[in-house]
Design a protein around this ligand. Structure first.
Ligand code: HAM
Length: 424
């Protein structure tokens, strides 16, 4: 018996019925990137494994547990990208983008792979909208990056969103803070979970991120990073909060927010939304001033974020109506052989002029064609019968109010043009 194949665990097919949401999000994503002056960069889906080991950091869950790594035929270790930032910075350095006017502002989109435990809103292949601004220390640029996320969600009609925000310092102030944090945790070592005991040695900042209930009271009273920032990080953070305050962007200081990637310095932020499963971050990002040096380049400050499109689509689907897109606007229905031939001609002309038009195929009765037009949700049906052909006319039926009118065939494209049906 032959095997029936299923998609691999934790990945999903985006079926035609869901595509209108994706097209809508993609359109607004591109519009937002343009609005803020970001240029598109497309990158390979796989990179040398070492790029992520160094860039994202050994000791992170992504690197230690979640990467899809394989040896290629030349015995080189390659990894399907588990995120965009390391690849963007590799490309920035490789292609001498430091000589471009700063900040260099880049956006990308595409699949990202992480071997995670699948659940609602968490997939092993997801799609990111990724935005980076490279080459400036200015906290106004952190604000801009957060505004790109804000604008995207605002245009998509998301309500009641707010930023979670924190500063996790820099190599100047973080080591002293980590010592303080570790010393505090050592006094509670018998109350914390085994994972946190390991984190204290490997990646102490991550203890603040622990979800186990036994660790919550300890996290609650832990010294917050923002009270231990150096002068530079402190002033950077205050200026950013000032910009956010002035522009009335709701944000909540969250001293537990440390993010799961090692490259961050200073600002880290997320936007949370309900209804998208256990992992409720719709986006996450922050500043990463040290990444170029980790990758062998000159010091280059940078800031960015990424948002998962599957999670955005889930939020839209929880809303009221799917965005109207994707389908056809015009259905050509014909009665009789001569009309069918005229119909094929008209359909071809309408498409050449830039209208989204379809027609009924096969030996479908007129009634069946009208039913199909209805099911396909077109806006107008053009009806061609023998009589109409004689008069060089067609009947246009508006599907919304069922009103019909006869028009000369040659005036149809102007008619649809005036209705604004030209494809964008
Ligand atoms: P991240 O927080 O790991 O950050 O991922 C960004 C976003 O991708 C998340 O907020 C979420 O919307 C989505 N996401 C992550 N994992 C999954 C998953 N398994 N299933 C579905 N959606 C997911 C980064 O990747 C950083 N590179 C962001 C960044 C850019 N920081 C600076 N620049």
């Amino acid at each position: 018996m032959s095997k029936k194949f299923q998609s691999p665990k934790g990945v999903k097919d985006v079926l035609p019925a869901e595509q209108s949401y994706w097209q809508y999000v993609e359109k607004i994503m591109q519009r937002t990137a343009q609005l803020f002056g970001y240029e598109k960069i497309s990158l390979p889906v796989f990179e040398e494994t070492a790029l992520f080991l160094r860039g994202v950091g050994e000791g992170t869950d992504i690197v230690d547990k979640e990467m899809y790594t394989f040896l290629d035929k030349g015995n080189l270790s390659m990894t399907l990208r588990p995120e965009f930032t390391a690849g963007v910075m590799r490309s920035y350095l490789q292609n001498g983008m430091a000589s471009l006017p700063t900040p260099v502002k880049l956006w990308s989109t595409g699949p990202v792979f992480r071997y995670e435990r699948p659940q609602a809103g968490r997939f092993r292949q997801h799609t990111q909208f990724n935005v980076e601004a490279i080459g400036e220390q200015d906290p106004a640029l952190d604000f801009e990056i957060m505004s790109v996320a804000w604008s995207l969600y605002d245009q998509l009609g998301f309500k009641n969103l707010g930023f979670q925000i924190n500063s996790i310092g820099c190599p100047e102030c973080r080591p002293a803070y980590l010592k303080k944090l570790t010393a505090y945790y050592k006094t509670h070592v018998d109350q914390i979970c085994d994972d946190c005991k390991k984190r204290l040695d490997k990646n102490p900042l991550r203890v603040l991120d622990c979800k186990k209930s036994s660790c919550q009271p300890i996290i609650e009273k832990a010294p917050p990073m923002i009270e231990n920032l150096c002068k530079d990080c402190d002033s950077h953070f205050k200026k950013l909060l000032d910009y956010l305050g002035h522009l009335k962007r709701p944000c909540q200081l969250n001293h537990r927010l440390v993010r799961g990637l090692d490259y961050y310095t200073k600002t880290v932020f997320e936007v949370w939304a309900e209804g998208i499963g256990a992992q409720n971050a719709v986006c996450g990002g922050g500043r990463y001033d040290g990444l170029t040096e980790i990758l062998g380049g000159p010091p280059t400050p940078a800031v960015g974020f990424a948002s998962g499109i599957e999670r955005i689509v889930m939020i839209l689907q929880n809303g009221t109506h799917p965005p109207e897109m994707g389908g056809s606007d015009i259905y050509v229905a014909t009665m009789g052989e001569t009309a069918k031939s005229k119909g094929v001609e008209l359909l071809t002309q309408l498409r050449e002029k830039g209208f989204k038009a379809i027609m009924g195929y096969g030996d479908r009765s007129f009634k069946a064609q009208m039913r199909e037009a209805d099911r396909r949700n077109v806006k107008y049906t053009v009806i061609l019968g023998e009589e109409e052909i004689q008069r060089k006319e067609a009947v246009i039926k508006c599907m919304k109010d069922s009103k019909q009118e006869s028009l000369p065939v040659e005036s149809l494209s102007d008619y649809f043009l005036n209705l604004g049906l030209l494809i964008e």
